[in-house]
Design a protein around this ligand. Sequence first.
Ligand SMILES: CC(C)(COP(=O)(O)OP(=O)(O)OC[C@H]1O[C@@H](n2cnc3c(N)ncnc32)[C@H](O)[C@@H]1OP(=O)(O)O)[C@@H](O)C(=O)NCCC(=O)NCCS
Length: 181
Amino acid sequence: MRNAKSSLTILETDRMILRFQQASDVEFLVDLWSNPEVTRYMGGSRDQDTLRSGFEETAKDPYAERFVLWPLIDKDSGKPVGHCGLLDKQVEGKTEIELVYVLAPTAWGRGYATEIGIALKRYAFGEMSIRRLIALTEPRNTASEKVAVKIGMRLEKEVTRPGGGIRKMYVIESKDGRAAA
Ligand SMILES: CC(C)(COP(=O)(O)OP(=O)(O)OC[C@H]1O[C@@H](n2cnc3c(N)ncnc32)[C@H](O)[C@@H]1OP(=O)(O)O)[C@@H](O)C(=O)NCCC(=O)NCCS
């Protein structure tokens, strides 16, 4: 288990830090995932008590999972503004690694999702040696699609998720394990 504050950092961009979760992030994350506006195209808001107990568990051992979402911190304010990362998912019988970006509304429209998306793609292809990333976007989620395209992904197909929802599947592959563009 790593305890030093600096060891919490996963990656850093000009304006943001992505780091392992701490107990102090729990209330921000509960608000984020129970916000109907934020979760509109992501299956709707989740129950706050269930969210809180899940995030409290994660804070006890934030290094436990390889594929997980991490708090995104705005360097200027030092406060969390999002929850981004990599999740492993079964998509039509195949294991895929999904790049996920979820920001608080106060942080929208400033290019943050694109900035962290590019950094996460490089981290996945570099440090994590992942060869292929996907993004699953709800067809009405124009902003999310634009982010996928801006980080270099191409539309591969539409898929039906287990609950019946349709998602556009964007994909980017790394040749030789290095970050593309
Ligand atoms: C989708 C989301 C991550 C975008 O974050 P963001 O930091 O505002 O995105 P960026 O500022 O990097 O913008 C990327 C592009 O989307 C565009 N965009 C942003 N919000 C938009 C909106 N509501 N409608 C249409 N386009 C939008 C931007 O103009 C930009 O395109 P441009 O460069 O051509 O102008 C953010 O809206 C969000 O967290 N939404 C809720 C969670 C979610 O749906 N996540 C995606 C799950 S797949």
